[in-house]
Design a protein around this ligand. Structure first.
Ligand SMILES: C[S@@+](CC[C@H](N)C(=O)[O-])C[C@H]1O[C@@H](n2cnc3c(N)ncnc32)[C@H](O)[C@@H]1O
Length: 201
């Protein structure tokens, strides 16, 4: 699966679609969650850092987590003395980090992960007390979103009620869904949600 993203990495930021999604997801996160300058944040499936670099100026640090070396190479290339994002290439479900965060954000990554229960339990374990998640992905779709094929796609978006239950079962509360953006393609419209929740005491 990381091969798909290794191949796409160089061209990932070209064109408007991914930039527009990251912008809208960032705006939706910032309007719902107070991002504070003492916070350490994980960006799960950070890729080339489209979301990470929007969050980074508002918090103490952002750690991008991804499975694709080449996507993270693009992220590293964006670092400057004024603004930088650290990154780690690791499957945190299998090999957790020895670090906890104030919050975990993610954009368009979780449909590439098969085991949602394990993923949200892993998020829970990587959060400090009262930590938050702010995760954006596709509403349930019919499998036509990925026009280049569905290799490595484990979920055709998500039904809100099913995902809410998974998140609550992993130990989160105050689960809320927000509309973040709609991708308009020739073959249809694909709404994207942001789900926020906090780690239960
Ligand atoms: C569709 S891209 C989104 C990248 C970025 N968040 C963005 O909005 O441009 C999905 C990313 O998730 C990463 N990914 C997929 N499965 C992962 C996993 N289990 N752990 C970490 N990253 C993963 C992929 O390598 C890829 O970079």
């Amino acid at each position: 699966m990381s091969e798909r993203f290794n191949q796409a990495a160089e061209r990932w930021d070209k064109g408007d679609m991914r930039q527009n999604i990251a912008h809208a997801v960032f705006q939706t996160i910032a309007s719902r969650i107070s991002l504070l300058n003492h916070m350490s944040i994980m960006d799960f499936g950070a890729g080339t850092g489209l979301l990470s670099f929007k969050i980074a100026p508002m918090v103490q640090n952002v750690l991008g987590v991804d499975l694709s070396e080449k996507m993270l190479e693009q992220l590293h290339n964006k670092n400057s003395p004024c603004l930088s994002v650290e990154a780690v290439c690791r499957n945190i479900c299998e090999e957790p980090l020895d670090q906890q965060f104030h919050g975990i954000v993610s954009s368009m990554a979780i449909h590439h992960v098969e085991d949602m229960a394990l993923l949200f339990e892993t998020f829970h374990a990587h959060l400090k007390r009262d930590g938050f998640i702010a995760i954006a992905d596709l509403e349930a779709e019919d499998g036509t979103f990925h026009t280049h094929g569905n290799e490595g796609v484990h979920h055709f978006g998500f039904e809100r009620d099913t995902l809410r239950e998974t998140i609550e079962n992993a130990g989160f509360e105050h689960v809320r869904f927000h509309h973040a953006y709609t991708v308009e393609k020739e073959n249809g419209n694909y709404p994207i949600f942001l789900v926020t929740a906090t780690k239960k005491g």
